[in-house]
Design a protein around this ligand. Structure first.
Ligand SMILES: Nc1nc2c(c(=O)[nH]1)N[C@H]1C(S)=C(S)[C@@H](COP(=O)(O)O)O[C@H]1N2
Ligand SMILES: [Mo]
Length: 528
């Protein structure tokens, strides 16, 4: 080879692959078509009542994710995002989907089968999630299968349009950007319309709010009256009775179960001589009782806000079980909700008195959907995850030795009485106060046992008794106040409770796992 020899002129560079941005856009649109169509069809299944479990691919993947979230990550999410944890999760799923759809598009631009394979794989993941949802039926996967098929077709079609064509003479490669964008735009618009229609269908035809509006609550056979002296006249103290609109919400439901009163029924079975299935009409025709009960979440850190107090109207579980010939060997009731949550409650907590309820109303209103409409359990003295089953549809009388609830293999105790605790609401942490009389006030709770005393100490001095407001029973929290004569300087305020059995609140700090937090609430303030 000599230096003068030149290579033949290179042929005009011919592109045979789509431009990367066109490929990426193809992927994005194909992803949107998949999800939009699947969500629309899933909504149709849901509103027509044909769905067995959860046919929505996005919600199912999210639910499956929640179920598999390692405990510490779940605790972190609840701590960091609070009640927005669900929005954050759905947003993250959306983001991951967008990234994967773009990747599928770019891959398809180089090698079509790889891109198609990626879309297919995503579809299969969603199908797997849907099939493993509680009470899933084969029909539930149909929307996702059709959506995925449409997505595959769209990807192939758009990649084809984005690929330059070669004329017969082997040169003059070209593609029409305008045709491609038109096609991508049309498919994208169709996807958005489908997804939007699905959303509208879900929310407007969701007859559950109509059903709730139609409920006429019966008069309580055993009404409660809220005593006058439960509320202290102190600005900033937590209201004694919690408004359902601000009542804390904790559950794993990404989409709230939609159960009308006509659809609802409860099956009681297991270790009983007689099984029972009861519908809503029959339940509310029974003599219902009212109880004032403060609900508490095991995830409540010391000083936290995951508790609330309400009047619950319901039928005592004890009365329900009375005629069913419960096997003396049974020691637990496993309750299951429509969305597949399982909760284990010691049988004795349901039968030792008539305070454990199948509740239908909260503060005189039918249960809000997010608090368990149409029927939930409420049991005084036990954390919510072992007692307060929302959307409850099944009670199995069983034994702890034979059955396990949702949270038990996830790092929480099978049995969990509420650890009594107290909280300072006033003053707020780091408040700047004026020297002289200042109220230190808050709430304290020892459900099922009762609050005997609340005490306050300043700068780790001696414990001083606070004044307690009224309480109708041991099952509710109680407000307290201590008149503090504040001197200038920086101070640390702490409170503790002594229960009716004489036990003092545990001072040593402990996190929420496995059965609830301990420690003292404290506030640092400056007085001038
Ligand atoms: N179906 C169902 N019921 C449930 C839960 C749930 O995740 N799903 N969470 C429980 C927990 S952990 C608590 S603390 C209470 C909270 O009830 P609330 O949201 O009405 O305050 O509901 C309990 N019932
Ligand atoms: Mo909870």
């Amino acid at each position: 080879m000599t230096a003068t020899q030149t290579a033949p002129p290179a042929p005009a560079a011919e592109r045979t692959h789509p431009r990367w941005w066109a490929a990426a856009l193809s992927g994005l649109v194909a992803g949107a078509v998949t999800v939009g169509l699947a969500e629309l069809l899933a909504a149709v299944l849901t509103v027509t009542g044909l769905a067995g479990g959860q046919p929505s691919p996005v919600i199912s993947v999210g639910d499956a994710f929640v179920d598999r979230t390692p405990g510490p990550l779940k605790d972190f999410a609840v701590r960091t995002f609070g009640e927005n944890d669900k929005l954050v999760l759905l947003g993250s799923i959306g983001l991951v989907l967008v990234v994967l759809a773009l990747a599928a598009g770019i891959a398809a631009g180089r090698r079509l089968v790889v891109g198609l394979g990626l879309v297919l794989l995503l579809g299969l993941v969603a199908v797997g999630a849907i099939m493993t949802r509680p009470s899933a039926s084969p029909l539930d996967v149909v929307p996702t299968v059709i959506g995925t098929a449409a997505g595959l077709w769209t990807l192939r079609w758009l990649i084809e349009r984005a690929t330059p064509t070669t004329s017969d003479d082997g040169s003059a490669a070209g593609w029409s950007r305008r045709t491609f964008l038109g096609s991508a735009g049309a498919a994208g618009a169709a996807a958005v319309v489908a997804g939007g229609a699905g959303h509208v269908l879900e929310s407007s035809l969701g007859s559950v709010e109509d059903s709730r509006a139609k409920v006429r609550l019966p008069k309580a056979a055993e009404p409660v009256t809220v005593p006058k002296d439960v509320q202290l006249p102190i600005k900033g103290i937590t209201p004694w009775q919690t408004d359902p609109a601000t009542f804390y919400r904790v559950d794993t439901a990404l989409r709230l179960p939609q159960i009308t009163t006509e659809e609802w029924s409860l099956k009681v079975h297991g270790k009983v001589g007689k099984e029972l299935t009861i519908d809503y009409r029959t339940l509310v025709a029974k003599p219902l009782v009212e109880r004032l009960i403060t609900l508490t979440c095991v995830s409540n850190e010391v000083g936290g806000k995951l508790l609330g107090n309400a009047v619950w109207l319901g039928y005592p579980v004890k009365d329900l079980l009375a005629d069913l010939e419960v096997d003396p060997g049974a020691d637990m009731v496993l309750s299951t909700s429509q969305d597949g949550m399982t909760i284990s409650t010691p049988l004795e907590n349901l039968t030792k008195n008539r305070d454990a309820l199948l509740a239908v109303a909260m503060n005189g209103e039918p249960l809000p959907v997010q608090h368990g409409f149409p029927v939930r359990m409420v049991v005084p003295g036990l954390y919510g995850y072992v007692s307060a089953t929302k959307w409850v549809t099944d009670l199995k009388v069983t034994r702890f030795a034979d059955d396990e609830a949702y949270w038990t293999p996830r790092g929480y105790s099978a049995k969990a009485p509420i650890k009594f605790s107290s909280r300072i609401d006033v003053p707020k942490g780091f408040a700047q106060l004026k020297a002289g009389k200042n109220a230190i006030a808050g709430v304290a709770w020892a459900q099922a046992v009762g609050v005997a005393k609340v005490q306050v100490r300043v700068d780790r001095g001696s414990w001083q008794d606070a004044r307690l407001a009224g309480a109708p029973s041991k099952n509710t929290w109680v407000q307290w106040v201590y008149e503090w004569d504040a001197e200038p300087g920086s101070h640390t305020l702490e409170c503790r409770l002594v229960d009716a059995d004489g036990n003092e609140q545990v001072e040593s700090k402990h996190g929420i796992r496995p059965d609830g937090s301990t420690g003292l609430d404290s506030k640092n303030v400056t007085v001038s």
